[in-house]
Design a protein around this ligand. Structure first.
Ligand code: FES
Length: 65
């Protein structure tokens, strides 16, 4: 499913990027370009990031909140 329509980024791409160590919104933005156009995807990207990090038992991004 597309999360960022502007950049054509899917939930799978975001998951894969998180798995490779992108544990902040900035890292996802830099890697995938999410949130760099209209910004409507930011909330969903943050939600996915928070969900996947809490599923992982608290990764680095959870500690920065
Ligand atoms: S939907 Fe992500 S920047 Fe527009």
């Amino acid at each position: 499913m597309y999360v960022c329509v502007c950049q054509g980024v899917t939930t799978r791409q975001i998951s894969a990027t998180i798995a490779k160590g992108a544990t902040t919104f900035k890292a996802l933005r830099d890697e995938l370009g999410v949130g760099t156009c209209c910004g409507k995807c930011c909330r969903d990207v943050h939600s996915q990031l928070n969900r996947e990090c809490s599923d992982a038992g608290g990764c680095a991004c959870a500690q920065k909140r």
